[in-house]
Write a protein that binds this ligand. Sequence first.
Ligand SMILES: O=CC(=O)O
Length: 311
Amino acid sequence: MTSGIRPLSVSVPSDELAGDLQPLPEGVELMVWSMTEPAPRDRIDLVVAPYMSMHHVLSALNGVTTELVQGQSIGYEGVEDLLPDGYVFANASSVHETSTAELALALTLAAQRHIPEFVRAQPEGRWAPETTASLADRRVLLLGYGGVGKAIAARLAPFEVEIVAVARTARDEDGVRVHAMDQLPELLATADILIASLPGGDATRHLVDDAALSALPVGALVVNVGRGPLIDTEALVAHVGRGRIRAALDVTDPEPLPQDHPLWTLPGVLIAPHVGGASSAMRPRIARLVKRQIERMAAGEEPLNVVIDKR
Ligand SMILES: O=CC(=O)O
């Protein structure tokens, strides 16, 4: 970018992100605003919202003139209703796909190869060999084939698995057969591993319900890196409790999972506290996205990743 660009004011929610954005082009004024206190200005051209808790702070925008509100997650459930009229919101879909796919693989491998059991045996010095499940030669069903689903498929490929996917639109993509949603019951019946990466919201709520879980073969593994409500938690607890299936979850319903929730202690359940996107790759990637948005806004171009436009 050359100097002499349109002056822009930009707010970010932390000093760390402000540091990652340096150096900024001349004419860009950067301020730190966590959105939990009153706005430092009545005009901030680009507001970067905090990670994961943005819906708690959207009312802070009222009265602030802004061209773009940049979220830091892929998911933006609740934002549509809470974003005041006149505002434009972009998500960070390109930022989290790789990290979320990494965690999906980590959870899948850990659960298949019984890593949690070995971790539990270690402090006792207990040498307890056992034959574990595998990833090789298993049939993996990807529920959702968006950015995260595709990143999971790409990472699964070298493990010599059979990959099929199910999504809103049937298609062949990157050598993967993507089936339409009405095929889900049939596909579940032959899936050794189900990996869900769909977004939340009414359209996907309890897509994996008691009937879907009943369709899975005995011993199947259910992995969820999308949103907790995709799965009917009560039904999942019942099926895992009977030892029919196992689960590895980065997202749960409710979230955070209460300390006395049965999922914590059920054998065959591995839980991560919704950290799929939260790796060391995140902040530099958010900074790259914000820089691109600044360049586009300075050049008078439409921002990237706009998912809600209330202009
Ligand atoms: O859950 C994390 C995200 O939506 O990016």
